[in-house]
Structures are given as C-alpha cells and as structure tokens.
Design a protein around this ligand. Structure first.
Ligand code: SF4
Ligand code: SF4
Length: 432
C-alpha cells in the first residue's frame, strides 16, 4: 500500500512503525473472510482491511479521531485472526494498538462511555478491587434488565450478567513465595498470578503449581508482579500499560538475578500475548528495552512449557471427550495451536475441535462488556459449535473465554491445565 507521510511525521517512531506496517498491506482482502466482526456485521469498515484504511487516513492526515473511526476500531476484538490469515505478514496488532493510543489522546468519548472505561481500568487490574466489585455486582444483578433498556448503560448490564454468582476465596498459593519441586528438580520458573483470573478461578494457578512441582519444577510467585497491562493496553491507555509492563519486568528480573528462571509461566493466553510483546512495547525506553526483551523471550504459556518437559505416563487416563476451544490470543496471538491438544491427547483425553475454531467467542478482554451485542452473537455461534462436538467437557487456556462460554454449551468448561493436573495425579476438576 502506498503511503504519504511527511518526513516530519516519520520522525515519530510510532508513526514510522505504523507506516512500515501499512506499506506491507497489499489490500488483497483475504483477512475479511476470517474476521469475526466482518463475518457478523458484513460491513467493510468492520473488516481488517477497512480498519487499516481508516487508520491510514487518520494517521497520514494527522487528524484527531472522529466518531466513525472510534466506532469501527472499538468494534475490533483484537482477536488477531487477520494476522493468521494475512499472506503479507501485516502486523495488525501493532497498528491497531497505535490507533487506539491515538484515539485515547485525541477523542473525547461520551460521558457514560468514559466513566465505564475508567471504572474498568481502575478495577479489573487490581484483584482486591475486582473482588469487592464482584461482591457488589451480586447485589446489582436484579437491575441488569433495567440497565439493558438504556443504550449507554448496556455495558453495565453485561458486567452484572458476567459476574459469577459466588465469589471464591483467594488462594494462599498465589502469595509471593517459593513452591519447591516435589520430585528430582529439573527446572525453576516464575508464574504470573495475574489480576482477574486468580479472583474468578484461583484453581487454575493452583493446578499449575501443583502439576509443575510434582513434575520436579520449582515455581516462584515473585514479589511485586501484577496485571500484565493487557486490559488497559487494549483501551489505548499506553502509559498505564507500559507502567504495568515495567513493574513486571522489575519483578521478574529480580528472580532471574536471584536464582535464574527457565520460563515465566502464564496461564491466561491473553496475558501471554501481551507479555511476549513487552520487548516491542518498551523498545523506546532505554532503561527497559533490553530487560523487556529478555523477559518476553522467557514468557511461555503453561502448555508451551509443559511440552518442553519429558512428561511421564499419566497416572490415570480419564477417557473423557474434550472439545478444545483455542482462545484467539493462544492461536492467533501466540501461534500456539497443537501443544494443548497434543498434551490432552497424551494425557488420555479424546480431543475434538469445534467448527469455525478460528472465530472469537466474543470475550476479548473487556469487549463483552463494552460491545455486548456483537459479543453475544459471537458467543451464541461459538457455544453452538462447541455443543455440536458432543464432548463431555470444554478445555481452553484463557479465563476470559471460560467466563464467556460457561453455562452456554451444556457442558462444563475448564482450563486445560486442570485436566492435565488431574491426569497426572492431581485433583479432579469440580464439575467434570
Ligand atoms: S490479508 Fe493482509 S495484505 Fe491482504 S488486505 Fe488483509 S491485511 Fe492487507
Ligand atoms: S483483530 Fe479480529 S476483529 Fe479486529 S480486524 Fe482483525 S480479525 Fe477483525
């Protein structure tokens, strides 16, 4: 694609990066076929190619964002299916991240939208605030129908519906400290405890620590780590995202210097995609650029790390049929496609894949709150395809997808690592 940026514009490294990305696009439109919003809405402006044109126009003309571009960029799930499909290697992720940051700087959203986004940014990344909010949501749930009647308040209704009916106690295993290997030691890793996941489902990190330590891996919960920054990053709040990244880099570098790390194990694929991008995100910060690259290189999804271990025979072969739902951040963001399925099959599960596995379930961070209508359509499509597999249980590697799909497909949904932990001598997951 031809671009027309001035030399002065290209002096801005963010613009220079986006220009490189735009030039790689040959506007072939292959990406439209796999874009969930184009498939759902049928509007070219809700396709990757349409959004690329809108972003190009905004950046080239150095224009503040307007309502049209905000509408279509907000509808993008950042699922990155377009990156998997694109034959020209267009880095849509970095382009849309830049567009979102530009929108955040130059566009004033309507007040209700601004308030909801601020509340999400101030609550979700902090486990104690999130826990308190979930308790409050139980009280507010009866009003979800009322909020649904006012367009601007629909996100509140979506938030109340997504909140779990019970809030489970936090896990002592998530506290900073060391979980020693319980077999002959063969590795040392840090685990990202995360922000929303340990509140919604602390059992995921518990199963990970329990499985890894039984396999001979020492697991460190580093002091000082927190939210990976993905939630605010996808809202265009660049500085908040970079601050989160810097704090985690500091926490992990301390552990690298202390006892060395073979990996930083991540159990939410949405976080994994962002942490693997820390090197790029912090490239312009001389104090962090190199450290961020080291950390990003160590980041591994738990299934990715498990495949590097020589696993023993499973203690039991549960023989259940598992529908594997590949989160977008897993398959498109991190290009992890086969490892989770291979691990499940090796552990004795019969693995089935749903039709349209490349399409997002509509979760996408805060998307199911901020774009409830499109999200609901995608959820419906996903649960129908999952139910059609006739499996006993759904496995996936991202808490957002678990929350989004739970209860819809007529079978339980659990994190992949909980099934693996069970097969290798851990606890049977509740509800399975
Ligand atoms: S598939 Fe790639 S090159 Fe083709 S229009 Fe989409 S982004 Fe551009
Ligand atoms: S990230 Fe997903 S929703 Fe956004 S343009 Fe690409 S395929 Fe479409």
């Amino acid at each position: 694609m031809q671009t027309n940026f001035t030399l002065a514009q290209l002096a801005d490294p963010h613009v220079a990066e986006s220009e490189k990305i735009l030039r790689a696009c040959v506007h072939c439109g292959f990406c439209t076929a796999t874009c969930p919003t184009y498939v759902t809405l049928g509007n070219e402006l809700d396709s990757p190619r349409g959004r690329i044109y809108l972003i190009k126009d905004m950046l080239e003309n150095n224009r503040p964002a307007d309502e049209q571009i905000v509408t279509h960029i907000d509808r993008c799930l950042s699922c990155l299916a377009c990156m998997t499909t694109c034959p020209s290697g267009v880095n849509y992720m970095h382009l849309v991240d830049h567009a979102r940051a530009h929108i955040e700087k130059t566009y004033t959203r309507p007040l209700p939208n601004r308030l909801i986004r601020s509340v999400l940014a101030m609550v979700l990344p902090y486990p104690s605030r999130f826990r308190a909010a979930l308790k409050l949501a139980r009280l507010g749930r009866p009003f979800a129908g009322l909020f649904d009647k006012v367009a601007a308040l629909k996100p509140l209704a979506a938030m109340l519906r997504l909140a779990p009916k019970t809030v489970v106690a936090s896990s002592a295993m998530a506290l900073p400290g060391i979980h020693p290997a319980k077999a002959e030691r063969r590795g040392r890793v840090a685990i990202l405890t995360g922000c929303a996941q340990p509140v919604l489902e602390p059992g995921i990190n518990e199963a990970t620590i329990s499985l890894l330590t039984r396999l001979g891996v020492e697991v460190v919960v580093p002091q000082g780590e927190g939210c990976c920054g993905a939630l605010v990053h996808h809202m265009g709040r660049e500085e908040a995202a970079l601050d989160a990244a810097r704090r985690n880099v500091d926490a992990w570098m301390l552990e690298i210097d202390r006892g060395g790390l073979d990996a930083i194990v991540i159990t939410a694929s949405g976080c994994g995609t962002t942490i693997k991008d820390y090197g790029f995100m912090l490239r312009l910060d001389p104090a962090y650029a190199e450290k961020a690259q080291r950390v990003a290189a160590l980041a591994k999804d738990v299934t990715e790390y498990l495949t590097t271990l020589d696993l023993p025979e499973p203690e039991q072969k549960p023989g259940l049929t598992v529908a594997y739902h590949s989160a977008c951040s897993m398959q498109h963001g991190q290009k992890i496609k086969n490892q989770p399925k291979d691990l499940l099959a090796r552990a004795g599960f019969i693995v089935k894949e749903p039709r349209e596995g490349h399409l997002c379930c509509g979760s996408a961070g805060t998307y199911n709150i901020l774009q409830p209508e499109i999200s609901a359509k995608l959820r419906q499509r996903k649960v129908k395809n999952l139910a059609a597999t006739g499996a006993n249980v759904i496995a996936t590697g991202n808490i957002g997808c678990i929350t989004q799909i739970a209860g819809g497909a007529g079978m339980p949904i659990v994190h992949t690592v909980k099934l693996l932990d069970w097969a290798y001598g851990g606890q049977r997951p509740t509800g399975v």
